[in-house]
Design a binder for this molecule. Sequence first.
Ligand code: SAH
Length: 349
Amino acid sequence: MNNNNKIPILGLLPHELKTMLSPLPSFRVDQIYHWIRRGISSFNAMNNLPENLRDDLEKRFTLRSSEITRCFESKDASLKLQIKLSDGLFIESLVLQDQFERKTACLSTQLGCPMACVFCKTGSMGFFRNLSAAEIVEQFFHLKENRAEISNIVFMGMGEPLLNLGELRQAIAVLTADDGKESFSKRRITISTCGIIKGIYDLAENGPAVRLAISITTADEALRQKLMPAAAENPLAELKKALHYYQGKQGKRITLEAVLLGGLNTRPEDIRSLIDFSKGLDVLINLIPWNAVEGLQFQGHTLYEPKSLEIRDFAAGLENAGLKTVRRSSRGRAVGGACGQLGGESSLP
Ligand code: SAH
C-alpha cells in the first residue's frame, strides 16, 4: 500500500483513533498519542507497543502525509519550510522567534487564498484548495521537528482560516486534545481572519476558545473594499456587530491587525475611522508595516513600505485616543516568511 492510501493519523482525535482500532484498550491509544505529541515520525519507533500493533498502524496509517522539501533559515532565527502535500502541491509554514526566544508557529489553512487582498502575496496566487486537518496539524510537527518547543500558534499563514473552519476546528482539537501535560493551550493559539462574519458568529457560538485577530487594514469602508476586494461581502458595520457578539460570548480581547501601506491607509481619515470602529470593543491594535512583495500594485502604483515617521504618527494618533497599539516586528523577512510574503513561485502547481 503506498502512503497515499493510508489514513493520516494526525487528522484524528484520540477517540476517533480508538474507534478505528477497536477493541484496542484506551491506554494503548494514550501511548500512541504520547509518541505522536513527541513528534515521532515512525510507528516502528513506538517501542512500548506490541510489534503486531506497530505493524497494523504502519499498514493503515501514515504519520506524515506531507514532507519537507525546502528549509530556509535566517540570522534572526526564523525558519520557513516548504512542504509538499500528498497531491504534489506545496505550502509554506514558518517559525518566528522573538527576543525572549519564544517560538511562534505560523500555519497555513488553505493552498492559496480566495480573498485577493492587493497587498498580499498569497492573495495574488489565487485559490487552489482547502487543507485537511491532518495537513494543518502536520505543519506543526514538521516545524517542531526542526525547532523543538513551540510556544504559540498563529493561523496567519496562507489562506483564510474562517473559510476552512471545519478542518481548522478539527486541527485545533487535535493540537489541544487533553492527554495530560503535552497538550497545547487554546490561549496560545490565534486565528487571524480578514473578517468573515459568518465564521465569527460560528466561532462565538461553537468555539474553539482561541484568540481572534481581525485584519482590519483600514476602517474606511471604501478604501477597505478596494484593498480587500473579497471583504466587500463583509461590511464593516456588520463586522463590528459580529465582534460585539463574539466578545459578549467569548469575553476576550480582540486584536485588530492593520497592515500599513506607505501613503495609502495611514491618512488621518484612516486613524479616525479606526478609532471610531474600535469604540465599544476591547481591542489591541497591531500595526504591521507592509512587508515588500515584488510586483504588487494598487491602481497602477507600486506599493511601498511606510516611512518610520508615518508609522509613528499613525500609532500616536491611535494612542492619543486611548487605544493600545503594538508594532509587529518584521521577523521572517529574510526568509520571505514575514506576513503576506508566503506563496513563493514554488507553491504553484
Ligand atoms: N487571511 C488571514 C490570515 C493571513 S494574513 C487574514 O487576512 O487575517 C495575516 C496578516 O498579514 C493579515 O493581517 C494581513 O493583513 C497581513 N499581511 C498580508 N500581506 C502583508 C504584507 N505584504 N505585509 C505585511 N502584512 C501583510
